[in-house]
Design a binder for this molecule. Structure first.
Ligand code: FAD
Length: 524
């Protein structure tokens, strides 16, 4: 008994020593950080918001939040931590909008950089009115929606988007940035000319295809591991003003996918945007569409019944300029393109909206969900990249079997062309396939529920999808990946792993950046 008491006492003493050491460590870190001359400021009190994200499942409380007013603020803080040496426990996480799902923009007891505070001078749009290929220089913390508003003033816009625009440039470029334009334009990381990056020793580096190209390719899709993106030069193109937006339905996944692939493979400009989604167990769907879409044939559309079967909705858009394009010619072309597809003829719905409304469409849903208190709920989302050759098998197993009810969020499915991705970037795609599908299972959980709409059950279901895919050897990759072991990360990156590790030790040797991705640990 005495032995137990002595042991417990020793453990208690040890723990107290560790706690004391940590407290000393933190207080000396705090005072040295407070002494840094910054244009912006470090916040030590009100840090809770930086411990949350859109996923609403992970919470790590940082020591402080940096609100940088200049790039040198970011460089100073990183340089300061670098100078503390590898034994300092401090890490640094850039935070865009915090729209990560599993704490990727968080750090326990480290410094979160609130990237939106990094106010640039006015966005600089170049190449207006012809001349060189247009581009815009933006801050890494800029929201895509602001870039849209600013560039549209010059009749220009970025080429590649995400479905939702209230995300930051640094956040999406650290992943890939994919939407319905990616089949033709590539992901956002394929549409960047140049970056300014603060790397892991606090050095400010410019990089592009020609300058520091190893860093440039590494940072794109690099999950924030090699540096903080403080500026980006984004490619622009002349912007349309209007969008003809159409939806059609299929009962057969194979026919739906065949048509999607036919459309993304065609060399002509049939459509400018191609996506799709799966509809499982939904009633009254076409009625809800009628609020914003008009059926081509109202009588037939009203008679359409899905009888509880899965439906696959192809969503396409054609851009045009009201003043330049002859609308009847455009409508005729669209009609011809649609006539080559094998959708259920009574289910053609269309709508005409401004380009801005079209691109900002998810924000409308956001506002609705916010007003009902359904935006800030847990989001156990699963995003996958599925090789084309196995997508039918995936659909059969997952849409036909595992996902029997997805009323709480969309399931997006569309193919993209791998040739539009630069294999030198850090982004990971399925190997050896020319076409792969993005499958985004975007389920919202009901807070506190222990049933099938609760977060635990949804996470389990996601796990079943991953296990099914693994067992069938489908060769898919996670997008916005999340793993817990080194082995899983190694297999995720596959042939890119060695380069990833090499770049980490070159650009962030103490592994202090983006610890929330849980790929590397800061050396003790
Ligand atoms: P954060 O979540 O804040 O950061 C993401 C990661 O990048 C973190 O590791 C962070 O440390 C790092 N990071 C952030 N800023 C920088 C920087 N400046 N430099 C270096 N590293 C940085 N993605 C798509 O591709 N297509 C979509 O259509 C799409 N739709 C979405 C819709 C919604 C409603 C939501 C919530 C997300 C969507 N996403 C989509 C995912 C989105 O791309 C990611 O959430 C991404 O992380 C961007 O969010 P963020 O700017 O808030 O970045």
């Amino acid at each position: 008994r005495n032995m137990i008491i002595v042991r417990s006492f020793t453990i208690l003493l040890l723990l107290s020593c560790i706690a004391f050491k940590l407290a000393c460590c933190f207080s000396s870190s705090i005072s040295s950080l407070k002494a840094l001359p910054l244009v912006g400021h470090l916040e030590f009190e009100h840090v809770h918001p930086a411990s949350k994200d859109f996923g609403n499942r992970y919470q790590l409380l940082p020591l402080a939040v940096l609100h940088p007013k200049s790039v040198s603020d970011i460089a100073s803080v990183i340089r300061h931590i670098w100078m503390m040496g590898p034994h300092s426990q401090l890490t640094v996480a850039a935070r865009g909008r915090g729209h990560s799902l599993q704490g990727q923009a968080q750090t326990r007891h480290g410094i979160v950089i609130h990237m939106e505070s990094l106010q640039p001078q006015k966005l600089q749009v170049h190449g207006v009115g012809g001349g060189p290929t247009p581009f815009v220089d933006v801050s890494g913390g800029e929201l895509w929606i602001n870039i849209l508003h600013e560039t549209l003033k010059y009749g220009l816009a970025p080429k590649s988007w995400t479905d939702y625009l209230h995300l930051t440039v640094g956040g999406t470029l650290s992943n890939a940035g994919i939407s319905g334009q990616a089949f033709r334009q590539g992901p956002q990381i394929s549409n960047v000319h140049q970056l300014e990056v603060v790397a892991g020793k606090g050095e400010i580096l410019n990089c592009s295809e020609r300058q520091n190209s190893d860093l440039f390719h590494g940072v794109l899709g690099g999950l924030g591991q090699f540096g903080i993106i403080t500026r980006a030069r984004i490619a622009l193109e002349p912007a349309p003003t209007m969008v003809k937006w159409m939806r059609v339905l299929y009962l057969d996944f194979a026919a739906f996918a065949r048509d999607q692939e036919r459309l993304i493979s065609s060399d002509d400009d049939k459509f400018d945007y191609i996506e799709g989604f799966v509809i499982i167990n939904r009633t009254g769907l076409l009625d809800s569409w009628r609020l914003s879409f008009t059926p081509e044939d109202p009588v037939e559309a009203s008679q359409f019944k899905s009888d509880g079967r899965n439906l696959y909705c192809l969503e396409v858009a054609k851009y045009f300029k009201l003043d330049e394009d002859r609308k009847d010619v455009m409508n005729q072309e669209v009609k011809e393109s649609l006539s080559e597809l094998s959708y259920i003829s009574s289910t053609l719905f269309s709508s005409e909206v401004t380009y801005q409304e079209f691109l900002d469409r998810v924000h409308v849903s956001e506002m609705k969900l916010r007003s009902k208190g359904q935006w800030e709920v847990p989001h156990p989302w699963l995003n996958l990249l599925v090789p084309r050759s196995r997508v039918n098998e995936f659909a059969k197993g997952v849409f036909g079997n595992i996902l029997t009810d997805t009323s709480n969020g969309p399931v997006i499915v569309y193919p993209v062309n791998k040739s539009k991705w630069d294999n030198r970037s850090s982004a990971v795609t399925p190997e050896e396939e020319e076409i792969f599908y993005l499958v985004a299972i975007l389920t919202s959980a009901v807070p506190g529920s222990t049933g099938k709409d609760g977060v635990d059950q949804i996470v389990k279901r996601n796990q079943r999808i991953l296990e099914f895919s693994e067992a069938a050897g489908l060769g898919l990759k996670q997008y916005l990946p999340h793993y817990t072991t080194r082995h899983e990360w190694r297999s995720h990156f596959g042939p890119k792993w060695d380069d990833f590790v090499r770049r980490k030790s070159r650009y962030d040797p103490f592994a202090m950046l983006a610890p929330g991705q849980r790929i590397f640990e800061k050396s003790p």
